[in-house]
Design a protein around this ligand. Structure first.
Ligand SMILES: Cc1cc2nc3c(=O)[nH]c(=O)nc-3n(C[C@H](O)[C@H](O)[C@H](O)COP(=O)(O)O)c2cc1C
Length: 307
């Protein structure tokens, strides 16, 4: 493991190192206007949400390290106290990237990239009509970051005063993340597409934790840390209760390996329990592993406790 102190690096290397670890980042596609009403549109991945009551987001337009110039977005929001933030979907990526070129303040990047202006209802700057999700924002506070040591960062805290969500990304009254198809910014020139999703419900109770797992489970040669953690979500250590597995007399299964490879842990268990190696730890843990992968945590516990 390499330990690196910020002062050892050039500005450029420090920037890339920071962004490689703070990754992937959402992209705020910021619409702003100067005092004369000229529109500006630029992407900012120093961006996140920090409160929901009221909804507050923050963006980080830097003073350019290369040119020493302030970003138009920062100057516009300081001047007018307003902006819009549109989310960036996969089909917008390259057009979004076009807007990040260095254009003079009087250039409207909506036009440069061929984006359509959606008029806002509360603030003056428009948002991006091609985006499935946008917010109208008002400036709360702008903070300059460590100018005393030559720092070039800024944080702008913005209160969201209106949300706009396309009907096409709503399912049963909720935003469907897959339909949004948003992209994230990673280190260097890498982006990620949010298609490879999975769910992990936040535990709302105190969990028993990995340290309270029985030793034969905690030291499993099969189960990974992620799998042990899913077992450790329970609030009370389960006991063997005979609820799983239950086979009727007509139940048949192929071989242990075939059933397991087919994603049929019951079948594999049936073969195992009817064999002389019914208490084989490795085999039981492999069955439990498939059950955990299928989200069947209670059944996985029963198999592991049967050892
Ligand atoms: C995906 C992406 C994210 C970016 N994020 C930031 C950022 O968080 N802060 C920043 O200062 N510049 C960021 N940039 C660079 C600005 O978008 C770029 O300097 C742009 O020209 C600024 O435009 P403006 O002067 O019209 O505001 C980013 C560029 C891209 C492509």
């Amino acid at each position: 493991m390499k330990t690196i102190l910020p002062g050892e690096l050039s500005h450029r290397d420090r920037h890339q190192l920071l962004l490689s670890g703070v990754s992937p980042r959402p992209i705020a596609f910021i619409g702003s206007q100067d005092a004369g009403g000229v529109c500006n549109l630029s992407p900012y991945s120093f961006f996140n949400a920090f409160a929901s009551n009221p909804p507050i987001v923050a963006i980080g337009p830097a003073i350019s390290a290369k040119t020493g110039q302030a970003k138009d977005t920062w100057l516009n929001i300081l001047d007018t106290k307003e902006c819009t933030i549109s989310a960036v979907s996969h089909e917008m990526v390259h057009k979004m990237n076009l807007t990040a070129g260095a254009y003079p303040p009087d250039v409207d990047e909506f036009d440069i990239a061929g984006f359509t202006k959606r008029p806002s209802v509360i603030v003056a700057p428009p948002s991006v009509a091609e985006s499935p999700y946008s917010m109208e924002c008002k400036l709360m506070e702008s903070i300059e970051l460590r100018r005393d040591i030559g720092g070039n960062g800024n944080i702008m805290l913005l209160e969201v005063v209106a949300f706009h969500v396309a009907d096409s990304v709503m399912v049963d009254g909720k935003v469907d993340p897959l339909r949004m198809d948003l992209v994230g910014r990673m280190g260097y020139n890498y982006y990620t597409r949010t298609r490879d999703t999975f769910q992990a419900a936040q535990p709302l109770h105190a969990c028993i934790g990995i340290d309270a797992l029985p030793e034969h489970i905690r030291t499993s040669p099969i189960l990974t840390g992620n799998e042990l953690a899913q077992l450790a979500y329970v609030s009370v250590l389960p006991v063997l209760d005979g609820t799983f597995p239950e086979f009727d007399s007509a139940y048949r299964a192929d071989s242990f390996e075939i059933e397991l490879a087919a994603g049929n842990p019951e079948g594999a268990l049936f073969v195992l329990l009817n064999s002389p190696s019914r208490h084989d730890r490795i085999s039981l843990h492999r069955v439990a592993q498939v059950l955990i992968g299928q989200g069947r945590i209670n059944e996985a516990w029963q198999v592991l406790l049967a050892e």
